[in-house]
Design a protein around this ligand. Structure first.
Ligand code: NAD
Length: 251
């Protein structure tokens, strides 16, 4: 029970990495708010049935009013926020020339703007508490390039730099801020990005082969890395990019 008595918010908790993280943090004793633009009600109810403290909040992380409400609910419920995991995100499989301004703006608003808005609320609260942990879900594409993901990679590079710069500002206020950089993980987001390619089957095979492990990651494998960063096990880890990619970026 590494998070017993702690209060956590996980965005993007309706699916994939966010859902696996919400489940793991709850299993480790945290009271978890599952936040997503999609309904997390059934997932929260399932967690409550296991004896965990969990609740769902509908929240579009790109909207300032939604994010303010999310943190107000958490404050009301628990009086504090000890852990924030920013996992909400969207993908886009396009070169820069094929990306419309509308698509660019939506990616930036959700992937980078959402992290900014949630971090801003969290830092204000955690600073007053004198403690807290933030884990931002960036991507291997924050540290390397790849074909046909220009806008997506740009937002993830932004998330990583936001993480490092915030660590510079807030570590001495008792807030530890880190990023996890997943490689290809078997979730609807990756499925959609693969489906948008001319030969999805070949694309999926190529992606799996790009990992030294020869397979996609599972959301739970990223959740364990996030738990490490969210718990006291990583008490001397600050402003880092923890790459969890099956070896994609090792060679
Ligand atoms: P996913 O599609 O399974 O989950 C993403 C969740 O974010 C969904 O539940 C979706 O409803 C939610 N979401 C989307 N827009 C939102 C918004 N505006 N407000 C609130 N919630 C919103 O995908 P995933 O793969 O689990 O992605 C989680 C994070 O991991 C994302 O930030 C993604 O960029 C990142 N990531 C994924 C991979 C991968 O291969 N799957 C690799 C690297 C990084």
């Amino acid at each position: 029970m590494r998070l017993a008595g702690r209060s956590a918010i996980v965005t993007g908790a309706a699916s994939g990495i966010g859902l696996a993280t919400a489940r793991l943090l709850a299993a480790e004793g945290a009271a978890v708010i599952l936040a997503d633009v999609a309904d997390c009600g059934p997932e929260a109810t399932a967690l409550v049935r296991t004896g965990a403290a969990a609740r769902a909040v509908t929240c579009d992380v790109s909207r300032e009013d939604h994010v303010r409400r999310l943190f107000a609910i958490s404050r009301q419920d628990r009086g504090r926020v000890d852990v924030l995991v920013n996992a909400a995100g969207i993908g886009l499989q396009r070169t820069v020339v094929d990306t419309t301004l509308g698509e660019w703006r939506r990616l930036v608003d959700v992937n980078l703007g959402g992290a900014f808005l949630c971090c801003r609320e969290a830092v204000a609260l955690m600073r007053a508490q004198g403690s807290g942990v933030i884990v931002n879900v960036a991507s291997e594409l924050a540290v390397v390039g790849a074909p046909e993901c220009a806008a997506y990679a740009a937002t993830k590079g932004g998330v990583l730099q936001l993480t490092r710069a915030m660590a510079a500002d807030h570590t001495r206020e008792g807030i530890r801020i880190n990023a996890v950089c997943p490689g290809p993980v078997d979730t609807p987001l990756l499925d959609d990005m693969i489906a948008a390619t001319p030969d999805p089957e070949a694309e999926r095979r190529d992606i799996m082969e790009s990992a030294l492990l020869g397979r996609l990651g599972r959301p739970e494998e990223i959740a364990h890395a996030i738990l490490f960063l969210a718990s006291d096990d990583s008490s001397y880890v600050v402003g880092t990019a923890l790459v969890v990619d099956g070896g994609v970026t090792a060679v």
